[in-house]
Every structure is written in structure tokens, then in C-alpha cells.
Design a protein. Structure first.
Length: 201
């Protein structure tokens, strides 16, 4: 289940501790991002400057554009929710082989509702429906009388992404082969074509 909407910017909530801000700005600059407005990126690291932008210009984000193409990156001048709260409830996903921490679904829905634009409210509704469907699927797949530890394992498994489930399955196949529970030679239809994944069909 997913909700897709084209967007021209990626919103980042940064830990505003000075060393973290500098690390973020350095990484973005190395990747070719430059401020959208004619100021130095280092000005974002100055708490007084950020407060001035919020007060005098009603700015919410500091935008950086890539050297070419999209997306832009918007850094929140102030966290829309306490940073530690967002961090603890965030989820790590893999994008192009790189682990990336993203806001949790409940917090994303709340952030969309707070933003209040029609497109954000529509996103919040769609995401809330996805959450409801996922919760319904979990409750349907919970067998009656399942021991609490098995039910917790089931819920954890259902929360995994497709890539995480495939990686888990591959690891289990290797363990089963090494233990002798599966033959060392799998049927041709189960042999990964690219050496990395097991495909059906």
C-alpha cells in the first residue's frame, strides 16, 4: 500500500545542534545543493539568523536547489514537532542501498494536517486510510489464540518493507541449506537470476 504524489521538494527536519547543522550543510553542498535565495548556506547554522527569517519573513523552511534537476531540499527553520520525538518514532528505509531515516506514519499524518494546504490534507486522508487498511490486515492475519510472542513477531513481519522481507527470506534459505533442511542445489525456478534475490514467476 502506498500513496504517490509528485513533489518538487524533500522536507528535512534537522537536529539544530550546531555540529549536526554543519554536517548536514556540508553533505548537501558536496552533493551540489545551493541556497535558493542569495545568501550563504552557513547562515542557516546561525540560530539568530533563523529566528530573524521566521520573525521578519514568516519563513518556515530554508530551500536549497540542486545543480540540476529536482528535487529541491527544504530544511525546517524550526522542527515542526520536537526533534527527539520525531527521531524516536522514525523508520529506517533503504533507498538505492543507502539507509535513510524517515518520519513515522503517525507523525507524517499529523505534520500533513498541521501544514493545512489542500494537497497536504488530501495526503493526510490517504495516509490515514493506508494506516487503517494495514491495521485491518494485521488483525485479520492474527490467528485466534496465538501466543503473544508469536503475534508480536507476526506484526513485526507485516511491518517490514518488501525489500526487508526478501532479505529475510534469502537469509532463511541460506540457513536452511547450511543446516541440511534444504538441498544445496535449489530447483532452477528458485535460483536467483542476479545472485541477489529469489523471485517467484
Amino acid at each position: 500500500m502506498q500513496h504517490l504524489r509528485a513533489t518538487g521538494a524533500v522536507d528535512l527536519v534537522v537536529d539544530l545542534a550546531p555540529e549536526q547543522v554543519h554536517r548536514t550543510l556540508n553533505a548537501l553542498e558536496r552533493a551540489g545543493f545551493r541556497p535558493y535565495v542569495p545568501v550563504s548556506a552557513s547562515e542557516f547554522a546561525d540560530p539568530a539568523r533563523r529566528a530573524e527569517w521566521i520573525r521578519s519573513k514568516a519563513m518556515l523552511v530554508f530551500s536549497l536547489r540542486p545543480s540540476q534537476g529536482v528535487p529541491m531540499v527544504d530544511l525546517f527553520l524550526e522542527p515542526p514537532m520536537p526533534f527527539d520525538h520525531l527521531w524516536i518514532r522514525s523508520v529506517v528505509v533503504t533507498m538505492r542501498g543507502v539507509p535513510v531515516r524517515v518520519v513515522g506514519l503517525d507523525d507524517l499524518i499529523e505534520l500533513k494536517r498541521r501544514a493545512g494546504r489542500p494537497e497536504d490534507l488530501a495526503d493526510a486522508e490517504a495516509l490515514a486510510e493506508i494506516r487503517r487498511l494495514a491495521e485491518t490486515a494485521v488483525s485479520r492475519e492474527s490467528a485466534p489464540g496465538l501466543p503473544p510472542d508469536r503475534e508480536a513477531l507476526l506484526r513485526t513481519t507485516l511491518a517490514l518493507s518488501v525489500d526487508e522481507r526478501v532479505a529475510w527470506l534469502e537469509a532463511m534459505i541460506v540457513i536452511a541449506m547450511e543446516s541440511g533442511a534444504l538441498p544445496k542445489r535449489l530447483p532452477d525456478q528458485l535460483v536467483p537470476r542476479d545472485g541477489r534475490s529469489v523471485r517467484s514467476g
